[in-house]
Design a protein around this ligand. Structure first.
Ligand SMILES: [Zn+2]
Length: 692
């Protein structure tokens, strides 16, 4: 439906471009506020019409009407959040802050509407008769209403609304303080001799960072997680210690403006209070129920099983590192700021290759075309054609049309690989259009990376990590592109948080596949393939360092659970209690190993206190159980055909049983349909070297 009030606002009607790609060339910042206002009003009117419909409730006039409501708002928000993440400006951020509470209220308005809930409740028999996807949709909606507080009395609902608002503000405050903390903890170096041993381009980047802030000398800016690049590179031990201490000290009160401790305590207490109000033992139980884990007991059991072997392996790795350190600095005792530098040294000695020497063989265009797309063609038969007639939302964003082996159109893949000002860090996938048979929409999906743009005329050479990230994000893209469901809210990657990383992790396997790797790893100038011995060493080095990686991850995941498996009364009263709580939690979980601190300490754990992964940081390893078990499945299928694993039949099965199903049924049922049983943990233990 078009909105008469919006005039020529490009969000007023659905895009007429191929596949419904938004017309970015026509969209400007001033279009968002009017589109949001009209979109919020329109969806409220649609909900009111459902709630007051004089007709008896039917699937069409209630359940499907809810699914198709809010199209204008959805169109505007999808584009808006794309810009927030990938091309944000001050004005975009202002609009974001202005509308965050309005959107939270909007959501509450639906989920606290008893009239709509009553109509949905009356449809259970009709939904069962209509088939499994409709039945699942109805049950999902009913669950969402209950989890949002529909069964509470009006007074409790008022308290819930207030808590939701306060939590949203606290999460924003935490994130902002974390950003300030990263800036405040940047390390200044005045004597260039202290930077000896760093690569020349790294040193000039540090000088540039100082200039950018009108400072003298060199500035070492920090990344979000505990490990910092310079700590892994500098032979200057004192500098490593300074940067490490700056990193782990963030948010602890040395700088009052970025102290996050009070916010943490408020968040933990209010989340616990909300969980109690909704009838849960604690916030973690509330979160787990919405995932495939279902209970915190299952989460604790899984994390607990890994903790002991992970720390044991980290201790064994520490032995190697201690020897390497002693060779450089006789008598020195290994400290946490020595870890990643000496881990790299040991890796280089053991596997006889230097990551830096790989880079000329990892050119972006080849990695994408001859790697990511090549694998998708071999396994799923997909064909990719760049559509230079279609424009993205910023310079350098490319649009590809995706077709099936028989030429049938599938959807669009939008690739945004380069870093730019206003783009947030990291890598991610999102949808510009959710596939839906009900709305007749094909999928339009986006991948974002943060590859540094080379100087003009130079090739874009990737690190191995960036190659893996490109394959990972494309796994999410396939989950979106292959979606074949009726309802938009169940489409593609709209699955529980502890399931969504699974298809993307699976797709990483193809980067390591000998045929795929040999196809894309060619010298950017000579096209000469990487020699077989280096390829073998690269593959052999894959499993090295898992003790460290697993321990730092588990420590963070267990901290996240500890802060959310408590009652409001168990939250420390005083900010001084934050560090003590953290220490006790790590000790209790068996991961208190000072040489390997958590990947994020509480005071800068943005995943959990900035919102999004609160009580959900366990999801990554939870998904990896399914991933590792599926990699084994592909190997079993390949063994049947003897084709080395690039197996169309296996790809089509994985697509049909899993990737295409989105959230149209219990995702673990999709898994059982694929594997013929539940997932087992052994392949993960084996991969990470954590077996008994
Ligand atoms: Zn991912």
């Amino acid at each position: 439906m078009t909105s008469p009030t919006l005039g020529d606002n490009p969000f007023a009607a659905a895009s007429t471009l191929p596949y419904g790609l938004p017309d970015f060339s026509a969209i400007h910042t001033e279009h968002f506020r009017p589109a949001f206002d009209a979109g919020l009003a329109q969806q409220r009117a649609e909900w009111e019409a459902i709630a007051t419909d004089p007709q008896a409730p039917t699937l069409a006039n209630t359940l499907e009407a809810l699914e198709v409501s809010g199209r204008l708002l959805a169109r505007a928000l999808t584009v808006f959040y794309t810009l927030v993440s990938s091309a944000g400006t001050d004005e975009i951020r202002e609009i974001e802050a202005e509308y965050a509470p309005k959107l939270s209220e909007h959501r509450d308005a639906l989920y606290l509407d008893r009239r709509i809930f009553a109509r949905l409740e009356s449809l259970t028999d009709a939904a069962t008769q209509a088939g499994p996807e409709t039945d699942w949709l109805l049950r999902t909606h009913l669950k969402n209403f209950v989890r949002a507080g529909i069964r509470l009395d009006p007074e409790q609902q008022d308290r819930l609304r207030a808590l939701n608002g306060e939590l949203t503000s606290l999460e924003t405050e935490f994130s902002q303080r974390v950003v300030r903390g990263m800036e405040a903890a940047a390390v200044t170096v005045t004597d260039p001799a202290q930077l000896d041993g760093l690569a020349p381009d790294a040193v000039s980047a540090l000088a540039q960072a100082a200039t950018d802030r009108d400072a003298e000398g060199y500035l070492i800016t920090l990344q979000l997680p505990t490990p910092q690049a310079v700590v892994g590179q500098s032979p200057n031990r004192d500098l490593r210690r300074r940067v490490f201490e700056a990193s782990t000290g963030r948010g602890t009160g040395t700088d009052p403006d970025s102290d996050t401790r009070r916010v943490i305590l408020d968040l933990a207490r209010k989340r616990a209070e909300r969980a109690r109000l909704l009838g849960y033992a604690h916030h973690a139980a509330y979160v787990a129920e919405d995932g495939t884990a279902a209970t915190t007991e299952a989460v604790n059991e899984m994390l607990g099983r890994l903790a002991g072997p992970a720390v044991r392996n980290a201790r064994a790795e520490a032995g190697d590192l201690q020897s390497a350190l002693a060779a450089d600095e006789p008598g020195a005792e290994l400290a946490p700021w020595d870890w990643s530098l000496y881990a790299d040294r040991v890796r280089q000695q053991r596997f006889a290759f230097d990551e830096g020497e790989l880079r000329p063989y990892l050119e972006l265009e080849r990695v994408v075309t001859d790697g990511v797309f090549f694998a998708a063609n071999a396994i799923y038969g997909l064909e990719f054609t760049e559509r230079t007639d279609l424009t993205g939302y910023a310079d350098g964003v490319r649009v590809f049309e995706v077709r099936e082996a028989d030429g049938t159109a599938l959807g669009l893949f939008v690739a945004d690989y380069y870093a730019r000002e206003g783009k947030r860090g990291g890598a991610w996938m999102h949808n510009l259009v959710d596939q839906s048979d009900l709305l007749g929409l094909p999928p339009v999906v986006v991948n974002n990376l943060n590859v540094t743009r080379p100087a003009a005329g130079e090739p874009t050479l990737l690190t191995w990590d960036e190659v893996i990230t490109a394959f990972h994000e494309f796994g999410h893209a396939l989950h979106g592109l292959f979606s074949r469901v009726r309802y938009p809210s169940l489409s593609g990657t709209n699955v529980p948080r502890d399931f969504v990383e699974y298809p993307s992790q699976v797709n990483e396997m193809w980067a390591w596949h000998p045929t795929v790797l040999a196809n894309f790893a060619r010298h950017h100038r000579t096209s000469e393939p990487l020699d077989a011995a280096t390829l073998d060493q690269l593959r052999a080095s894959q499993a090295y360092g898992e003790g460290f990686a697993t321990t730092e991850y588990l420590a963070a995941a267990l901290l996240d659970q500890a802060w959310h498996q408590i009652t409001p009364e168990e939250v420390p009263d005083d900010v001084a209690g934050v560090e003590a709580f953290e220490a006790a939690a790590l000790e209790r979980a068996g991961v208190a190993y000072p040489l390997v601190p958590p990947r994020y300490r509480s005071t800068y754990f943005n995943h959990t206190f900035g919102g999004g992964y609160d009580a959900g940081y366990y999801s990554y390893i939870w998904s990896e159980v399914l991933d590792a078990d599926t990699v084994d499945w592909f190997a079993e299928e390949a063994a049947k055909d003897g084709d080395g694993g690039l197996n169309r039949a296996a790809g089509d099965t994985f697509r049909a049983k899993l990737l295409s199903r989105g959230h149209a049924q219990d995702p673990l049922q999709s898994y059982r349909d694929l594997r013929g049983r539940d997932a087992v943990i052994d392949p993960l233990l084996k991969r990470r070297g954590l077996g008994e």
